[in-house]
Design a protein around this ligand. Structure first.
Ligand code: BES
Ligand code: MN
Ligand code: ZN
Length: 502
């Protein structure tokens, strides 16, 4: 991954391959943001005017490249829009900085050494610029021998930061660890299903556990049968690649609160016997995005040595049609003992999650948060950049919404209307895995709630929209796997580490 360093304010003698400066949207045109004084001086104080001539306004997402004037040692100037300055906060918000840094990093492919001279008001800005830059510099190149394709920027220096300031250093270190693990989650999502399947995913978790001193337990198909995990086994029954349940545990010293993160890990969702039509399955390698996020968040909590107890549960299965596959109409006996009539094998995520949620509840954590690319209905409701949050606890749901906003991950609270339970009534089993089509995302949430142990705060994040970006890259978000929910889960772990989550 791209390397990150902290440097003092960028001066006139700076030697790098490119320098990134911020441009704010002022009332009368673009304004050069603090941090870029030396660059502006090299242009005789005329940088804002030049940028305006080139059509720049300082709007968020905007990028303008220009050559540095003669005598300035760094040849390329990259100006990124920061939007309007937040008058109330007297500066630029963390998300504006993350996005601007990400836009710049994406434009710097092929550049070796880049200096970021963006406005740094404090440690939070250092972290935001570092995070945005490292996430923006991400590229998935495992399956392309593109010797011609330009490599991501190799080295990024955040200027205006103090390398000896404890808070600045900690913010930079957090950004590096978080970005490394989040980018690894993106890699997992982008890895095609012929290479990433339950067994190989479990092996990756085991290797990471070894590397970072985490306890990893893998239940294979035999252990799952012995344990009665009918949901996970039922979903995996059609595949030549058998399912797994992975438990990855980090117990920080002096932990006061314990969290269970449960991730949907369908390494490929064909729909099963209720096969998805062409046009709906091309991106279904992304259906393990929840498990990837959980995995990344647990490893991040461990690497940051947070004083919290976090257990990740990865419910891994491949949903395929075959002679051994679960049929519509089959009844599964779940880990909790409940029976489920499978009316649609494409509603598989809730089946694997139900088993993992029930199992997680046995350890009596303070809270359970599941993350899943669960329903197309949630995408219809909230679009492709916002995830839905459902919970059995209104205050907890509000907290998650708040923390996700801080993390730069848009979310929206969604209800669990009790009347929708009726649609899942089955004449054969305790519950069916489908209900009314309207409010399908909420129906799925209600289904999961049935498997949550009483008295445990639980929340469900439906990331079907933001987990995989089918459109063009934006800000620090690439095409393909995005690493959605990793940063929200890490904020949850950090808040629990302060003993303040639930
Ligand atoms: N993995 C899909 C949901 C999904 C759709 C994720 C699009 C990302 C993009 C899930 O397993 C699914 O198939 N859900 C069905 C449920 C229905 C059969 C009740 C859906 O949303 O159509
Ligand atoms: Mn499905
Ligand atoms: Zn699915």
């Amino acid at each position: 991954m791209t390397a990150l360093t902290l440097k003092p304010a960028a001066g006139s003698g700076l030697r790098a391959d490119a320098i990134v400066v911020g441009v704010a949207k002022g009332a009368e045109g673009p304004v050069v943001a603090p941090g870029a004084e030396a660059v502006d001086a090299a242009f005789d104080g005329k940088l804002a005017g030049l940028l305006e001539t080139l059509g720049a306004s300082g709007a968020e997402g905007e990028l303008t490249k220009l050559p540095a004037p003669a005598g300035f040692r760094t040849p390329l100037v990259v100006a990124v829009g920061l939007g309007a300055e937040d008058v109330k906060e007297a500066g630029f918000g963390a998300e504006a900085l993350r996005r601007a840094a990400g836009v710049a990093a994406r434009a710097l492919t092929g550049v070796r050494k880049a200096s970021f001279a963006l406005p740094v008001a404090g440690a939070e800005a250092v972290g935001a610029i570092g995070e945005g830059a490292l996430l923006g510099a991400y590229a998935f190149r495992a399956y392309k021998d593109d010797t011609d394709a330009k490599a991501p920027v190799a080295e990024i220096a955040v200027h205006g930061a103090k390398a000896r300031d404890k808070a600045h250093k900690a913010a930079a270190e957090r950004a590096v660890v978080l970005a490394e693990e989040l980018n690894r989650a993106r890699d997992l999502v982008n890895t095609p299903s012929n290479d990433l399947y339950p067994e190989s995913f479990a092996a990756i978790a085991q290797a990471a556990g070894k590397e970072h001193g985490l306890k990893v337990t893998v239940l294979d198909e035999k252990a799952l049968a012995k344990g009665g995990f009918g949901g996970i086994l039922g979903v995996g029954a059609g595949s030549a690649r058998p399912p797994r349940l992975v438990k990855i545990e980090y117990k920080g010293a002096k932990a006061q609160q314990s969290l269970a993160f449960v991730g949907k890990g369908i390494t490929y969702d064909s729909g099963g016997i209720s096969l998805k039509p062409a046009g709906h399955n091309e991106t279904m390698k992304c259906d393990m995005g929840g498990a990837a996020a959980v995995f990344a968040a647990v490893v991040t909590a461990a690497r940051l040595k947070l004083p919290v107890h976090v257990t990740g549960w990865l419910a891994l299965a491949e949903n395929m049609p075959s002679g051994s596959a679960t049929r519509p109409g089959d009844v599964l006996r779940m880990y909790s003992g409940k029976t489920v009539e499978v009316l649609n094998t494409d509603a598989e995520g809730r089946l694997v999650l139900a088993d993992a949620i029930a199992r997680a509840g046995e350890e009596n954590p303070d809270a359970i948060v599941d993350v899943a690319t669960l329903t197309g209905a949630m995408m219809v409701a909230l679009g492709s950049r916002t995830f839905g949050v459902m919970s059995n606890d209104d205050a907890f749901r509000a907290t998650i919404h708040e923390l996700s906003g801080q993390a730069g991950e848009p979310s929206w609270p969604m209800p669990l209307p009790a009347h929708l339970r009726k649609g899942m009534e089955s004449s054969t089993a305790d519950i069916a895995n489908m209900g009314e089509r309207m409010g399908g995302g909420l129906v799925a949430g209600l289904f999961l709630e049935e498997f949550v142990a009483e008295d445990i705060a639980w929340a469900h994040l439906d990331i079907a929209g933001p987990a995989f970006n089918e459109g063009a890259p934006f800000g620090y978000t690439p095409k393909g796997g995005t690493g959605s929910a990793v940063r929200t889960l890490v904020r949850l772990a950090e808040t629990a580490a302060e003993g303040e989550l639930v």
